[in-house]
Design a protein around this ligand. Sequence first.
Ligand code: B12
Length: 215
Amino acid sequence: MAPMSGKKNLAALIVNMDERGSLAAIRRRLDAGDDPLYLMEECRAGMEQVGELYESGTYYISALIMAGEIFREAAEILVPLLPTPERPQSSGSMVIATVKGDIHDIGKNIAITLLDAHGFTVVDLGVDVAPERIADAVVAEHPDVLGLSCLLTTGFEAMRQTIALMRELTADWNRRVPVVIGGAAIDQNTANHTGADGWCTNAADGINIVRSLLS
Ligand code: B12
């Protein structure tokens, strides 16, 4: 199949909850030479549409669950194919968590996989992690950077509290631990509000931001 003819298809297949069709289309388009990064983007566009249909009341929560499952399987195929450099010895260390009240972890896990491929050592605290636990982990692990994931606007307050508490507990350190936040709804306003040093809505930008925070 010609890449363009399948273009709309992939997002539409995800929106239609066609698990087998989506994965088959991905394999077909990879065979046809399509860029895995581009296919990831199309899948993400499909997820966004599912989110919008949920928001408008057309889809129920079951659709979010199903779409999440399809995306996870798509990422299992695509992420290992994404271009990464020869894994450097060590680029730095990070503690990463999805903040309290939020259980979304598909994006966080993709970001961690890519950070690892770029030579970062990551301690993953999981999802729905309380500010105290995250701040304690920073004190224990001494990471170069703290990364927080949050997909819910209602989670922004937890991000703010987490960063504030971490700053308090590390106030007597001779360095400031930079914080990067990631998630589809995050922007510069979120970074200003939460006190984060950098923000991203996709993992590739996230890696560049982490690098710039370290340099
Ligand atoms: C799948 C999904 C779910 C799944 C999640 C499964 C899982 N294990 O993660 C389930 C069904 C559990 C779910 C539940 C809910 N969801 Co939901 N969900 C989604 C959906 C459709 C896709 C999210 C996703 O995986 N995207 C794909 C990934 C790859 O993208 P990403 O997460 O943005 O991650 C990338 C970047 O942001 C970045 N990144 C992310 N984290 C980090 C961290 C670091 C350190 C770095 C560097 C980078 C980075 O890198 C990633 C890769 O590029 C979104 C729609 C959307 N537009 O995002 C809604 C969405 C996020 N959900 C929403 C809602 C409302 C809910 C529920 C409240 C629904 C309900 N009534 O119960 C619950 C909340 C549960 C909770 N307490 O957290 C809303 C949030 C609206 C808002 N304003 O806050 C959205 C936007 C849908 C919508 N439009 O209404 N959801």
